[in-house]
Design a protein around this ligand. Structure first.
Ligand SMILES: Cc1cc2nc3c(=O)[nH]c(=O)nc-3n(C[C@H](O)[C@H](O)[C@H](O)COP(=O)(O)OP(=O)(O)OC[C@H]3O[C@@H](n4cnc5c(N)ncnc54)[C@H](O)[C@@H]3O)c2cc1C
Length: 368
């Protein structure tokens, strides 16, 4: 078999999105995933296509989010046609809810400041009840209809399958243990099953990217940030919107009838367990927003490791000091939202040496 043009290390949403857009451009690509596609952060994700911070600052990350948002609906349609997988795109809209006068004042000030996020409508307390009858007595809220959601695991699977349908190879259960180099060039990867050569290698290994960088003597400071979540079965009178409480806690009614409650942000290294304290905090936050959930039984809980970066920006582009190797990681809480634009820009950069949107602010060399 001929060597692929590009090997992608990591079958999360980022690696699979890059593979999808590369395969679309006619590139021979192989995804090497040590577990299963979507088996780490991407499969654990809530799948919100929205910023979770109260305000989003103008800047390169904000621009990247805005560029990615409109790519999702047509991508969902194309993926359904090409793979039969429904990524469960839901136009839920987000309601940020203020339960105290202080929180309401903050939200009002936010609306009046006309943030760069697009539509934000102030919703008075009585109107809030009409939008979400199960909501706790609130002082008001802000509605942003432009923020939607997907099933993150299905999105990752669909990107991988669509890439395969376009000729990509997928090697699951194969861990990359090192990189093959020749002078200052990376020419392939080492795996438990032997070496694989390629014209280009892309490190899209999520929280494990730093370890691969170390093998090249380069700092790619991606750090795992654990997120815990739980799900309630919520079939009888499901919520209609994504509800955002304080401190970034959220309730997301998914297409399959489950209500996702997320999420903690824990700096505990590679420990991927849930904790009694973390889950209790999520339950409390959920019941504060929707009191009837105080008595609901939890259907499942889980945790995943988000790839964080020191400055909160993704790390995208060539690995400094080396040829033939680039990185796409560090998407932290926005990897699902940013997956189409990351896939598209990385594929452009790999095939043309330039991209529609500059990757300068995200370049891996900024940590040198
Ligand atoms: C609880 C939680 C909720 C979230 N909610 C949202 C949300 O609502 N919206 C949003 O946009 N984002 C959300 N995120 C963040 C989002 O999930 C991540 O940013 C995104 O999944 C990162 O994708 P990735 O492909 O970089 O990493 P991963 O999905 O972790 O994929 C990396 C892959 O690389 C593989 N790998 C690692 N090392 C090797 C190796 N040596 N050889 C081969 N394979 C290797 C791993 O097995 C893994 O499958 C959430 C994350 C969590 C944990």
């Amino acid at each position: 078999m001929a060597a692929p043009d590009v090997i992608i290390v990591g079958g999360g949403v980022i690696g699979c999105a890059i593979a999808y857009y590369l395969a679309q451009a006619g590139v021979q690509v192989t995804i090497v995933e040590r577990g299963e596609v979507g088996g780490e952060a991407s499969g654990a994700s809530a799948g919100l296509l929205a910023p979770l911070e109260l305000t989003v600052e103008h800047g390169p990350l904000h621009d990247l989010c805005l560029a990615s948002l409109p790519l999702h609906p047509p991508l969902a349609d194309t993926l359904r046609e090409e793979t039969g997988i429904d990524v469960e795109y839901l136009r839920s809209g987000i309601l940020r809810v203020a339960l105290s006068d202080d929180a309401a004042a903050d939200l009002r000030a936010l609306v009046e400041s006309q943030p760069p996020e697009g539509v934000m409508e102030w919703v008075a307390p009585e109107a809030l009840r009409g939008l979400e009858p199960r909501l706790a007595a609130a002082r008001g809220g802000v509605y942003s209809p432009q923020y939607h959601q997907v099933n993150a695991h299905r999105l990752t699977q669909a990107l991988a399958q669509a890439a395969v349908a376009r000729g990509a190879a997928l090697r699951q259960g194969v861990a990359v243990t090192g990189l093959v180099t020749s002078g200052s060039r990376v020419t392939g990867v080492r795996t438990g099953e032997g070496g694989m050569m390629a014209g280009q290698v892309v490190l899209a290994a999520g929280s494990w990217t730093a370890g691969l960088g170390r093998r090249l003597g380069v700092s790619l400071p991606v750090k795992p940030m654990r997120g815990q979540m739980l799900a309630f079965p919520d079939f009888s009178s499901p919520l209609r919107h994504i509800l955002l409480g304080k401190d970034g806690g959220y309730l997301a009614p998914k297409a399959n009838g489950f209500l996702f409650v997320g999420s903690t942000v824990d700096d505990v290294g590679f420990r991927k367990n849930t904790t009694v304290k973390g889950l209790a905090g999520l339950r409390r936050m959920a019941a504060t927003l929707v009191p009837s959930l105080a008595y609901a039984e939890v259907a499942s809980d889980w945790a995943g490791l988000r790839p964080g970066s020191p400055d909160g920006l993704p790390i995208l582009g060539p690995v400094p000091g080396w040829e033939g190797v680039s990185v796409a990681s560090g998407h932290f809480r926005k990897g699902i939202l940013l997956s189409p634009i990351t896939g598209r820009l990385m594929a452009q950069w790999l095939t043309q040496g330039k991209s529609d949107i500059s990757l300068e602010a995200f370049r891996p060399g900024r940590f040198a």
